[in-house]
Design a protein around this ligand. Structure first.
Ligand code: PAF
Length: 281
């Protein structure tokens, strides 16, 4: 697998591909790749002539007391997965390559980041938007692939691309789950055996919420409350939020109608895990 460390190398490679008339897909990641990432890479390989996977643990999107230092890293295993899945190059820059001395330009969105994860992670989406913008400028992909597990991130990136007239198609891909329902996440590695068992309650809450809507419940408060009650029965779960919002505005809703996102963040020991479902009613 070709691993490029510098922006110049990536630019040269992409320029050569574009001169041949080849399309380019980008899968932005922070590495420690799992089947969720793999599904994005597969989609990119199917939909483009060439696929770039970026692996960069972006310091800018971590708050001061978050897990930047301990975030899991394994470039060797990631390279193997990328190779097997048909990616063409990995872009794996050092932080100093992405943020040179004197760096002071940011993408700072208002509105959509001021809800859900943005409330307890105030710098997170500024860091995400800035790095994704930079990756788009470096790789100039035709298409970029993001998981629906990070539904707020996906909505924010779609909005940024629209607002800033970026000529890139953003493709959201479904959540990939373990056999027992737990959404795949690089942070699942933090879970102890007991926490891993307890964390299944998240997908159970997702199922409960979805079933209530299928059964005709339209009161968002009733649904969210039932989901919270279920999660709270699990002693190892510490709820950050469970919320029902409008998918386009990220504003809380009372009634289930239109494009809705029901999202949650829950801590199990060191791991803060997210899960969600989306529906159009
Ligand atoms: O979803 C992630 O892994 C990150 O937020 C992303 C999009 C790669 C930006 O660092």
């Amino acid at each position: 697998m070709i691993v490029l460390k510098t922006i110049d190398e990536v630019r040269k490679q992409v320029k050569a591909w574009k001169e041949e008339g080849l399309s380019v897909g980008l899968v932005p990641t922070m590495g420690y790749l799992h089947e969720g990432h793999q599904s994005l890479i597969k989609k990119s390989v199917e939909g483009n002539d060439r696929t770039v996977v970026s692996i960069f643990v972006n310091p800018m999107q971590f708050g001061p007391n978050e897990d930047l230092e301990s975030y899991p890293r394994d470039l060797e295993a990631d390279s193997k997965l990328c190779e097997e899945t048909g990616a063409d190059i990995i872009f794996n820059p050092e932080p100093s390559e992405m943020y040179a001395d004197g760096f002071c330009s940011y993408v700072n969105m208002t509105g959509l980041p001021d809800a859900l994860c943005g409330l307890t992670r105030p710098v997170h989406f500024k860091g995400v938007c800035t790095v994704v913008n930079k990756l788009f400028n470096i790789v100039t992909p035709d298409r970029a692939y993001f998981g629906q597990k990070d539904a707020q991130q996906l909505a924010i990136i779609m909005r940024m691309v629209k607002d800033l007239n970026m000529d890139i198609e953003i493709i959201g891909c479904p959540i990939i789950r373990e056999a027992d329902g737990l959404a795949k996440s690089s942070r699942n590695i933090y879970l102890t055996k007991e926490e891993r068992e307890a964390a299944v309650v998240l997908s159970k809450a997702v199922k409960l919420g979805e079933q209530m809507i299928v059964s005709g419940e339209r009161d968002a408060y009733v649904i969210v409350n039932s989901m919270k009650e279920l999660i709270s029965k699990e002693p190892l779960a510490d709820i950050d939020y469970v919320e029902m919002v409008n998918m386009d505005t990220m504003k809380s809703i009372d009634k289930v109608e239109g494009n809705i996102l029901c999202a949650m963040a829950v801590r199990f020991g060191k791991a803060r895990l997210i899960d969600n479902f989306m529906k159009t009613i």
